[in-house]
Design a protein around this ligand. Structure first.
Ligand code: ATP
Ligand code: ZN
Length: 297
């Protein structure tokens, strides 16, 4: 097989992860020729292409070497790791991406008196995640029947095909609508960048390293704000105490005003009006809160 020299990333063709994944890649400076209805999108600036597939296929495509990377839910990645044989190339989670958050939970009928894992002894649990559920049952020494379904898991108890379910939960609305309640959380999930344990050591590897650095920059600044303000030297200590988190602020001299300083601080999250007002009371002037677009450490 001819060696590929372009990096190939697999992502969900259409679903919850599609828009946020594309936005993240765009923020990393990657753009793709518009062919969203196709399987393959050619990368325009950088040598990085996209493969648009069902999310369930993503780990397999990486394991087979068809793709170098994938953007997929931790739930799908971990399920693949648990249910595929050792002959498949090991996959790792390279970065958590902060979107597509949900949890894999066991839910039981609302009227059931749930007392802990042993309540499930001898019951039938419907799920699309037999690997993750099986592991949890083993860990808790519970003997339960696992009914594997590919979809509509939440109606299984009503249909009488299972006594409980193990499914993804976000708000819990679907559970309530089906008279179920969450009993156990098996996995906290979010979208992750998945890749092989052994990364390629050629041009693709170099591109991958560059991409990871950009990704770290994007993830780090996603919530960050840059706070700029002017203060007199005498108020500096009081103001520094009020700064919302982040690394040490940078201080700059103000030309012609030896008593004054410009302070610049990277804050880990939103800076509220309330916080600004407090800092102003402590003696700050000319305050600006700026969103951070890019950062390269
Ligand atoms: P396809 O298999 O066609 O790619 P899908 O129906 O399996 O699509 P989605 O429902 O789009 O996939 O979910 C994709 C991922 O989004 C899930 O694997 C999970 O990681 C994450 N997710 C976040 N919230 C939820 C939720 N409430 N229900 C299901 N998945 C969720
Ligand atoms: Zn799927």
């Amino acid at each position: 097989m001819k060696q590929r020299d372009r990096l190939r990333i697999a992502m969900q063709k259409s679903g919850r992860l599609t828009e946020p994944a594309l936005e993240l890649l765009n923020r990393c400076g990657l753009s793709f020729r518009q062919s969203r209805d196709k399987l393959f999108c050619f990368g325009e600036g950088e040598p990085v292409d996209l493969l648009l597939v069902r999310d369930d296929d993503i780990p397999g495509l990486i394991a087979q070497g068809v793709c170098d990377l994938g953007i997929v839910g931790r739930n799908v990645l971990d399920e693949f790791r648990l249910t595929t044989g050792r002959e498949a190339a090991p996959l790792v989670e390279l970065r958590p991406l902060g979107f597509g958050r949900c949890r894999l939970s066991i839910a039981v009928p609302q009227e059931l008196d749930y007392q802990g894992p042993q309540t499930l002894e001898g019951e039938r649990i419907a799920t699309s995640y037999p690997g993750l559920l099986g592991e949890w049952l083993r860990t808790h020494a519970v003997n339960a029947g696992v009914v594997t379904l590919s979809g509509s898991v939440e109606i299984a108890p009503k249909l009488g095909t299972a006594d409980a379910i193990c499914d993804l939960v976000q708000s819990g609305g679907t559970l309530v609508a089906n008279q179920l309640r969450e009993a156990e959380v098996l996995l906290e999930s979010e979208a992750v960048l998945a890749g092989p344990l052994a990364l390629p050591i050629d041009e693709r590897g170099d591109m991958l390293e560059l991409l990871l650095k950009r990704l770290d920059g994007v993830i780090q600044v996603r919530e960050s704000r840059l706070l700029l303000l002017q203060t007199s030297r005498s108020s500096l200590e009081a103001i520094t105490r009020l700064l919302p988190g982040g690394p040490q602020p940078t201080l700059l001299a103000v030309a012609g005003q030896p008593d004054q300083l410009m302070l610049q601080a990277l804050c880990a999250g939103e800076v509220s009006w309330r916080q600004l007002e407090e800092i102003k009371k402590a003696g700050a002037r000319e305050m600006y809160v700026l969103p951070v677009e890019k950062m390269l450490a």
